[in-house]
Structure formats: structure tokens, C-alpha cells
Ligand binder design. Structure first.
Ligand SMILES: [Zn+2]
Length: 199
């Protein structure tokens, strides 16, 4: 997000509108319309979202590095608070260019951000939202490169692939977005230490 002279709340609200336009449907980023809860969240976003997105970009780059340079689709990644009613931690929007990955970093423990990015990257790589064999191969390739246990790739396994790799959920997704997640601050201070070293 370009730095402007706008106050943090306005910057945060602008950011929410931006990620809403990149979601599969606008209602997925419902906080824009939640006049009660959006104020502290927008202010926190305005102050901290660049640092959060830098962490996600590092995860994205780690996934990219698992493939040859000519075999890396154009992908952008952003953190976004996703509506609880959709029950998803992240999404891959193949209708945008570049392909967009949105991650609700409030719903997943910081140590598992790379895992959820790898899952969405596998969708972006095959260009499909399905959890079929092609997706399984893409995800397995990423898991090997990132040092994550590979999934079982049998045709009967599509349902488990939907939730692979397993990510630890947080108890209160909005707590992160209100700035109450001290865990994340530790990771941010030690930039990238949770990423595997890739040769
Ligand atoms: Zn999936």
C-alpha cells in the first residue's frame, strides 16, 4: 500500500476495501461494513499491515523458490480478516491477475502461516480450486521443498487434502486484528526465522 499522509484509520479502511475487491465475493471482507468493530481493526491495519504482508511475502517467496524461475505463476499475497461465516483461513482467487492469495492471519498461529500459504500456492500453481491429483502433486512438490511432511496422494483423499497441511487455529480470530497478538510480534522481531532454509 502506498504511504500517504492519511491517518491510520483511513489507511486501514482503504486497505480493507482493496482486499475486499480481491476476495472471491465482497462479503468475505465484511468488516468494512461493521461500523462497531472496524475502528480499532482499521487503525491497527494502518499501522502494522506492511510488516504483516512482508512476512507473508517471505512465505510466498519460499514457495516460489521450490520451482524453476520459468515455472512460477504471477501471484500477489495479502493478509485480510475474512468473515467467520465462510469458515476459511485463506483463499486463492484465480480470477485476478496476478492470482491473489488472501490469508486471515488472525485465524492461524503465526508458526503455521507458511503452511497455509503453501496450500494456496498449490492452487495458484495448478490454476484450479479443486483438491484433485494435480493439486496433490503440486502440494507434494512444495512440501518436499519446504521440509513439510508430504500428503497422502490417493484419489480417495480429496477431503483430507482440503485441510492439508494442518494449521493450528487461534481461539479468537479478531484478537490479532485488534493488535492483541503478542506471539506475532515475536516472529516479526526475528524476521523469517520460521522459514526453512532452502538450498
Ligand atoms: Zn484448498
Amino acid at each position: 500500500m502506498p504511504t500517504t499522509s492519511a491517518d491510520p484509520f483511513t489507511q486501514g479502511l482503504d486497505y480493507l476495501y482493496k482486499v475486499r475487491s480481491l476476495a472471491l465475493e465482497p462479503d468475505m471482507v465484511h468488516l468494512v461494513d461493521d461500523l462497531t468493530h472496524r475502528i480499532p481493526v482499521c487503525i491497527w491495519i494502518g499501522k502494522h499491515i506492511e510488516a504483516v504482508n512482508a512476512q507473508l511475502s517471505a512465505c510466498l517467496q519460499a514457495c516460489r523458490d521450490c520451482f524453476h524461475p520459468w515455472d512460477q505463476p504471477a501471484i500477489q499475497i495479502f493478509a485480510a480478516p475474512l468473515a467467520q461465516s465462510f469458515g476459511i483461513d485463506a483463499l486463492c482467487n484465480l480470477r485476478t491477475y496476478p492470482t491473489t492469495i488472501l490469508v486471515d492471519v488472525g485465524r492461524i498461529m503465526t508458526k503455521d502461516w507458511l503452511l497455509v500459504v503453501a496450500h494456496e500456492y498449490a492452487h495458484a500453481y495448478v490454476g484450479s480450486a479443486g483438491h484433485h491429483q494435480q493439486f496433490a502433486r503440486s502440494l507434494s512438490h512444495l512440501c518436499l521443498g519446504l521440509g513439510i511432511a508430504t500428503p497422502l496422494c490417493s484419489p480417495a483423499n480429496e477431503e483430507s487434502l482440503r485441510f492439508y497441511p494442518h494449521c493450528s487455529p487461534t481461539s479468537d480470530p479478531l484478537a490479532f486484528w485488534r493488535g492483541e497478538d503478542r506471539d506475532w510480534e515475536g516472529y516479526a522481531a526475528n524476521a523469517h526465522f520460521f522459514l526453512p532454509s532452502i538450498d
